[in-house]
Ligand binder design. Structure first.
Ligand code: SAH
Ligand code: SF4
Ligand code: F3S
Length: 477
């Protein structure tokens, strides 16, 4: 798959100029290296965590390309490795530490290898201390608020050959339009806001991503228009809680109003967004989703837990009944909408009866898909010090039970599409079978079908001939 460039240069001028300068300086060195050795230096950016992080990595890759690095296929072939980390659950962190140990071995073999770490994990002091003391082979460390400074930090490292650490406690300014590389020519992610103010009691995100702040609608619209001019047909609007978009702006604007404006952009075909918090999902948004032809009729609406008691302890600010009413209203107002969700089991204090409420929501709403998690204790969050932490074996049992209840529902939703003709955006060659292509329906279902790779990036119609739980098989019509 070729990668597409999107270079807009209109960062607040002084910062942009500064970083551009660093990029030019390192590029000159890299060009000189190429002239001398005939080899281009290579980078690899490894991303953990959510779409927010994935999108940040696209910006890092955009800058790295301007610096003159080519992309390496694997760590062994890279001269500069960046780990963009996640800390939302303990296993996300364990994965990073595991891989970091392996990087030590690479660094021992090649002392010119540069290793950088950034992202959410780095915003926690204990993590920083652990890396400083136990993983001394890490050369550059930065956080979520100063990603755009990567060229400057790299330059400092190249000059001093000493560990460079730059972590900010909070954001300063929104740096607009960093160079960015996206994986697909035809689809792109666009940040509409950063941070989160909700402080769900289990969640570390507000601590590592800072306070909620929205980008101005004109900046967002301009970015999307530029992307569309560059071949993008589908966009994903990103925010931890898109429904509270606009609240921090001087000129107040709602997410529904933004959606309507994005919907008017000519040439754009599909609009998706995530994540929606149930407490802020307004009737105005439901109407906008229904009215806007480009907005996909699919909605990710995490409920986390079914019991009102647990929802209160989680600080989610809605009850079981409110969630059910909302989900049913959406299903009534937007027929055929595909609802997906996130669910946590084993939150402190969760009893069997509370867990039954979770299963009850699953059964009543009939989700098309769900991300399910076992509660993971995050130091510094209120839930970490709550009494009645649920033992691992109880959480595991509930987790398995949840899968048992979810699976037939998701299968049934998928099978309801059997025999239907659906429009898909063709995305890629199938990972498991080179003869197959994969695409996505408006509802977000994955479809495999036989076809030529020239179809990638096109909208085509397929008839669904087979429906599995997590994917569909189709035939072009
Ligand atoms: N802002 C989004 C989600 C961010 S994190 C939202 O509010 O929906 C993605 C998911 O990870 C959450 O929805 C939640 O289900 C899960 N999650 C977050 N913190 C967790 C924790 N400490 N343990 C287990 N799952 C967690
Ligand atoms: Fe975390 Fe809650 Fe914010 Fe989502 S809304 S990022 S779960 S605090
Ligand atoms: Fe995302 Fe993980 Fe950070 S879920 S916001 S990368 S903690």
């Amino acid at each position: 798959m070729t990668e597409e460039k999107n270079i807009n240069i209109n960062i607040p001028e002084d910062e942009l100029m500064k970083q551009k300068n660093y990029m030019d300086r390192i590029r000159a060195m890299n060009d000189e290296h190429f002239a001398r050795t005939g080899k281009r230096k290579k980078h690899l950016t490894v991303t953990f965590g959510c779409q927010m992080n994935a999108h940040d990595s696209e910006k890092l890759e955009g800058m790295l390309e301007q610096i003159g690095y080519m992309k390496a296929e694997e760590e062994e072939k890279a001269d500069f490795i960046i780990y963009n980390t996640c800390c939302v659950r303990e296993n996300a962190e364990q994965k990073v530490y595991g891989k970091l140990g392996y990087l030590k071995h690479l660094k021992d073999k090649n002392e010119d290898l540069i290793i950088a770490m950034c992202g959410c994990m780095m915003q926690q002091e204990e993590v920083l201390n652990t890396i400083r003391t136990k993983y001394k082979h890490v050369d550059i460390i930065f956080g979520t608020f100063n990603l755009y400074k990567m060229p400057e930090l790299l330059q400092t490292y190249l000059e001093t050959k000493r560990t460079v650490i730059d972590i900010w406690k909070e954001h300063k300014e929104i740096v607009e339009d960093l160079p960015s590389i996206r994986k697909h020519k035809f689809k792109a992610s666009v940040n509409i806001m950063y941070g989160c103010n909700n402080f769900c009691t289990y969640c570390i995100v507000p601590y590592v991503r800072g306070r909620e702040r929205s980008r101005k609608p004109e900046d967002i619209l301009k970015e999307i228009e530029d992307l569309v001019a560059d071949g993008v047909k589908e966009i994903m609007l990103l925010g931890q809680n898109v429904n509270s978009y606009g609240k921090t702006l001087e000129d107040k604007v709602t997410f529904a109003q933004l959606l309507r404006k994005v919907n008017e952009i000519e040439g754009l075909k599909r609009i998706r967004f995530m994540t929606s918090h149930p407490k802020d999902l307004s009737d105005e948004l439901i109407e906008a989703m229904r009215d806007c032809d480009k907005v996909c009729k699919s909605l990710h609406l995490p409920f986390q837990a079914g019991s009102t008691k647990i929802l209160k302890a989680m600080n989610r600010k809605y009850t079981k009944e409110q969630y059910l009413d909302l989900a049913k209203k959406i299903q009534r107002e937007i027929p055929n909408i595909a609802l997906t969700t996130d669910i946590i089991v084993g939150f402190p204090g969760e009893t069997e009866e509370d867990f039954e409420d979770t299963l009850d929501i699953v059964r009543q709403v009939q989700f098309s898909g769900a991300y399910t998690f076992i509660y993971s204790k995050r130091t510094g969050t209120p839930a970490a010090v709550m009494e009645e932490q649920v033992p691992e074996e109880v959480s595991s049992r509930r987790f398995n039970k949840l899968q048992e209840v979810l699976r037939p529902i998701i299968t049934e939703k998928s099978q309801a599409l059997h025999g239907k003709t659906l429009e898909i955006l063709v995305e890629d060659v199938s990972k498991n079978d080179e003869k197959l292509l994969t695409g996505r329906t408006e509802s977000g279902h994955l479809v495999h079908f036989e076809g030529d790779s020239s179809l990638i990036g096109e909208f085509i119609n397929v008839e669904i001939t087979e429906a599995k739980t997590y994917y569909l098989i189709g035939q072009r019509v």
